[in-house]
Design a protein around this ligand. Structure first.
Ligand code: HEM
Length: 279
């Protein structure tokens, strides 16, 4: 979501240069952090899941940290779990690249091919996730299962709308739905970053670690997609032309959220994504 993701409406960032500049900087800082955090998560997915699956097929997930990963004799479930983690690399790696306007302008064919691959991977991942949650369960309780399932539904609906507008050559609408799709397809990334940032700042207030439930996790379950979607809608509004006060408030809010995101990315990298050194 850097300033020209925002194109062509970026030019309309309003008449007050300082407020407009602050909003643009805030968006660029947010995008740079999100790109970095996504790249670290992709590196983790490639390093942790690809080698065992390449060596042992679906059985590569056996004994890993995923309670829903591998069950002896459950071919379909194992296939869903394996496809889910393999395609995660395309979803997490491809999303931020699709937002880069320079890439879209200079390599339109690459943008279209990656877009189709990204959207297909996100839909299959969402269906695989739904299958795992409702046939195998996962950590957390019903609220957690419902909120992540809500994400799957949004991924499927937003994908359909992005394709619908692309087929109809309604490019601005297509772009808006594709950006909404990015927010919901990356919700699991926002969840991890939000959770680890909270752990670092509060030690885990509102979380029962035994059951992986609690008020904070319920709020985060919804916030993982509703908050990014709300900020994106606000951003669209700013692009359409907002007063300078609103631009300042937008810039300040996004900067605060980016600061929290930076803490979360640091904590998730240190606590989840860096290789474990075992003696
Ligand atoms: C499309 C975006 C998604 C991506 C990129 C993604 C990525 C991942 C990754 C990388 C893992 C491995 C866990 C880890 O090491 O961090 C995982 C596990 C899992 N995901 Fe997703 N996910 C997505 C969406 C979903 C959705 C929408 C659901 C549910 C409806 C879901 C359900 C699951 C489940 C059940 C597991 C296994 C957890 C366990 O074994 O307890 N995912 N996902």
């Amino acid at each position: 979501m850097n300033d020209s993701v925002l194109d062509p409406a970026a030019q309309r960032f309003a008449a007050t240069p300082s407020a407009a500049t602050a909003a643009r900087y805030a968006v660029n800082v947010w995008y740079t952090l999100a790109l970095l955090g996504h790249l670290i998560f992709v590196a983790y997915i490639l390093a942790v899941f690809y080698p065992p699956i390449a060596a042992h097929g679906t059985a590569g997930l056996e004994g890993m940290h995923l309670p829903s990963g591998f069950r002896e004799g459950d071919f379909l479930g194992n296939l869903a779990a394996t496809a889910h983690v393999l395609l995660a690399a395309i979803v997490i790696g491809g999303g931020p690249l699709q937002l880069l306007p320079a890439l879209r302008r200079r390599f339109p064919r690459f943008h279209r091919t990656l877009g189709r691959t990204y959207l297909t991977a996100a839909c299959i991942s969402a269906l695989g996730g739904l299958y795992m949650v409702w046939t195998r369960g996962t950590v957390g309780d019903l609220v957690g299962h419902l909120t992540v399932s809500g994400d799957a539904v949004l991924i499927l609906v937003f994908s359909a709308l992005a394709v619908h507008h692309a087929i109809g050559r309604r490019i601005p609408e297509h772009r808006r739905w594709a950006m909404r799709l990015f927010m919901v397809a990356s919700a699991v990334w926002f969840f991890r970053v939000g959770l680890m940032g909270w752990l670092m700042l509060t030690g885990g207030v509102g979380i029962d670690f035994e059951t992986f439930t609690g008020p904070f996790l319920y709020v985060l379950g919804f916030a993982q997609y509703l908050l990014p979607l709300a900020v994106l809608e606000w951003y669209f509004r700013i692009q359409r032309g907002a007063g300078y006060r609103e631009q300042w408030v937008f810039a300040a809010t996004l900067t605060l959220l980016s600061l929290y995101m930076a803490v979360g990315i640091f904590a998730a990298t240190a606590g989840m994504w860096l290789p474990r050194v075992t003696a």
